[in-house]
Design a protein. Structure first.
Length: 144
């Protein structure tokens, strides 16, 4: 009787582990894509600000220059403090400045690892729970 009990609950734990593993993999994939999407949006906002600053006159930019030579375009091209350097503006005007994010939209290896780890973790948790229940049944004398 005991082995039937353990076997049926272990099979349920295996099925649960597959669901948990797939959910964890999906969550990881979504989190990685969301991080990429946020970084891409920030790069887009940065690019718009740089291009706006590059279109401004030198007199306007020189009035906003600080002591170290950077230009704050707050109120001119941005609604927050945003400092650009004359070197960066020259790159934007030449079209050589790159606006790219370092993040990738998908992390297949990380997604697979997250799914596998959560699957194995759920199987181990199932074994731990079944072991604890078996121990409790043995202690109370209901092992049959």
């Amino acid at each position: 009787m005991r082995s039937i009990f353990v076997l049926s609950w272990f099979k349920r734990g295996l099925r649960l582990s597959l669901v948990v593993g797939l959910a964890a993999a999906a969550w990881h994939a979504w989190a990685v894509f969301k991080r990429y999407d946020n970084a891409r949006f920030e790069q887009f906002q940065s690019r718009l600000t740089y291009e706006c600053a590059a279109r401004q006159s030198e007199d306007e930019l020189n009035r906003r220059m600080n002591g170290v030579g950077n230009i704050n375009v707050n109120g001119l091209c941005s609604d927050r403090d945003f400092f650009v350097s004359p070197y960066e503006l020259a790159q934007v005007r030449k079209g050589t400045m790159k606006f790219e994010t370092t993040w990738k939209p998908f992390d297949w290896a990380g997604t697979a690892i997250a799914g596998i780890l959560w699957t194995v973790g759920t199987i181990l948790a199932t074994l731990a729970v079944l072991g604890a229940v078996g121990l409790a049944r043995w202690v109370w004398g209901r092992s049959t």
